[in-house]
Design a binder for this molecule. Structure first.
Ligand SMILES: Nc1ncnc2c1ncn2[C@@H]1O[C@H](COP(=O)(O)OP(=O)(O)OP(=O)(O)O)[C@@H](O)[C@H]1O
Ligand SMILES: [Mg+2]
Length: 247
């Protein structure tokens, strides 16, 4: 089967800084991969390229077998191809209501072109409460995003990606700065994605979190994938040892 994502020899420089030095990466259907590496290794740069925020300098990128022209790739194009990225905070409008935020840029309209407010409110709440199992006191369709806890915010972004049928959900450090209980929720959402047949890329400095949700681990160092490991051959402890060896 054609991989969902295939990167080969991807390079990216910011002026004199070589952020990526020839990255090879393959993501298969219904697979979660974990990106592991030190600060500045190139993890975020890599996912920015995939999600269309940044372009790459050389190498090839294929999404569902289709070669991507770096000059024409964009966040919109990536979304159209089913790649959704959940950034830690940037993608959430703080003062917006939960339901508006959920449907941001993709509102459902009626024959007159008016937003179907009640339908959108109901759908947003259905995904958050039924699909993701959230039930916090502040969670109501009309409440502003600013009242949500860190885990609920991640849930909103992940739920949106699920609702709009993303094939690949990219999560860049979704558990950073969350309380233990909230971390559990975000790890749970990521597993829900996998159970729903989706694929994902999960970045975290916490190897226990990465170990838990991913099927395969890629170690990134100086803008390259230097080592690959599979869950069946690893424990959280052995991943930590490998990280020490490669950093
Ligand atoms: N816009 C930019 N301009 C210049 N240099 C950049 C830019 N973005 C990233 N870099 C550099 O590229 C390298 C890779 O950065 P990147 O953000 O991809 O690392 P990372 O692996 O995500 O690190 P962290 O774990 O700290 O988030 C770093 O040396 C960084 O300073
Ligand atoms: Mg980063």
């Amino acid at each position: 089967m054609t991989p969902l994502i295939e990167l080969s020899g991807i390079t990216k420089s910011y002026g004199h800084v070589d952020a990526l030095n020839g990255v090879d990466l393959t993501l298969h259907d219904n697979e979660i991969i974990g990106l592991i590496g030190d600060n500045g290794a190139g993890k975020s740069t890599l996912i920015k390229i995939l999600s269309g925020v940044e372009s790459f300098d050389s190498g090839t990128m294929r999404i569902c077998g289709k070669a991507i022209d770096p000059k024409r790739h964009s966040v919109r194009a990536a979304r159209r191809m089913g790649i959704e990225t959940v950034f830690q905070d940037k993608s959430l409008g703080e003062s917006q209501s939960i339901w508006r935020n959920f449907f941001m840029g993709r509102h459902r309209t009626n024959a007159l072109g008016l937003i179907r407010v009640q339908h959108e409110k109901k759908e947003a709440m259905r995904v958050l409460t039924e699909t993701l199992g959230l039930g916090g006191a502040g969670l109501s369709a009309g409440a502003p995003v600013s009242v949500l806890s860190g885990g609920e915010r991640q849930g909103l972004a992940i739920g949106r990606a699920m609702y709009f049928n993303a094939r690949v959900v990219i999560l860049d450090e979704p558990t950073t700065a969350l309380a233990v209980k909230e971390v559990g929720k975000v790890l749970g959402f990521t597993k829900t994605l996998k159970q729903g047949g989706k694929s994902g890329i999960f970045i975290s400095h916490n190897l226990h979190h990465v170990y838990d949700v991913a099927d395969r681990y890629l170690f990134i160092q100086h803008g390259r994938v230097v080592h690959e490991a599979r869950k069946e051959n690893e424990s959280p402890e052995s991943l930590i040892k490998t990280l020490m060896k490669w950093s």
